[in-house]
Design a binder for this molecule. Structure first.
Ligand SMILES: [Zn+2]
Length: 288
């Protein structure tokens, strides 16, 4: 499942490819699950809009859309065309895509064969197509205005706000990190990696962490996410091209998925515990 760094990478890749292009028309598949907004609403919102920008909000891809509005030419121009189109922001409609487990957003040439499990196609004025492909159908497409993720943005939240988010919570710090209402976009892998870097055990109650420990965690979360984004930047094409079948780029995981393997710092075998239904990996010696 793509986490924040992957979604950031995908958003940047999409922005560099399709920002400025215009959605001429939209095709939506018959399977209802991928559509969180009504199909008619999605069509009406997307068609004849220019993609102003693509960015990440939490774990969502947000396409900021601009209206193409016919504008009368000044009478003195004497032009026979009479009308021209110009982009005008009107209420900033947005196309929101959550990739779920297996969703992908592909930029394809129109003549490329349409992959199985394609649920939506936006035909672009450039002749290309944006295709949403999702075999397991946990991904979601919707339209919105002024979309906001429910939690704080981990790369933007101020340190003391971060400390306040977690201070006093009775849940394990691991569960708190995964709580999307607190922080938006941190998933299982980066939660485990951040806790390792901060030398904190995943099962510690958030309330038991000192201010200094929370500050350490704040730094660790940012470092882990930024490193992963930096790694992803060079391999953007793997995620958005039609033939991008490759898996996610991987930060060298220090604990995640390494149960039983020696800690890279102290050689103690990494342990795995289930916390709030999610497996957590940690070094029993380095993390306290
Ligand atoms: Zn260790």
């Amino acid at each position: 499942m793509p986490e924040l760094p992957e979604v950031e990478t995908i958003a940047r890749g999409l922005a560099s490819r399709v920002a400025g292009d215009v959605i001429d028309s939209v095709w939506l598949g018959a399977k209802p699950e991928p559509f969180k907004s009504a199909a008619a609403e999605i069509m009406a919102t997307l068609q004849s809009r220019r993609i102003a920008h693509v960015r990440r909000v939490g774990k969502h891809l947000v396409f900021d859309l601009e209206t193409l509005r016919p504008t009368p030419l000044p009478a003195r121009s004497g032009s026979a065309r009479g009308m021209r189109t110009s982009a005008a922001r009107s209420g900033a409609a947005q196309w929101i895509v959550h990739l779920g487990m297996t969703g992908r957003m592909l930029v394809c040439q129109a003549d490329e064969p349409v992959a199985k499990h394609t649920h939506a196609i936006a035909h672009l004025a450039s002749g290309r197509e944006l295709r949403f492909v999702d075999p397991r159908r946990f991904g979601r497409l919707s339209v919105a205005r002024g979309f906001r993720a429910p939690g704080s943005e981990p790369l933007e939240v101020e340190r003391e706000c971060f400390v306040k988010l977690f201070g006093g919570r009775k849940t394990p710090i691991k569960s708190a990190l995964l709580n999307q209402k607190l922080l938006s976009g941190v998933g299982n892998i980066y939660a485990d990696e951040s806790l390792f870097r901060a030398a904190l055990r995943p099962r510690r109650r958030a309330a038991s962490l000192s201010r200094e420990e929370l500050r350490r965690l704040y730094r660790a979360v940012r470092e882990v996410l930024q490193e992963a984004i930096a790694l992803g930047g060079s391999s953007v094409s793997d995620y958005v091209d039609a033939d991008g079948e490759e898996g996610w780029f991987q930060l060298q995981h220090r604990v995640y998925g390494r149960a039983g393997e020696p800690c890279l710092v102290c050689q103690t075998p990494i342990e795995r515990r289930v916390i709030a239904g999610r497996s957590s990996h940690y070094c029993p010696r380095c993390q306290h």
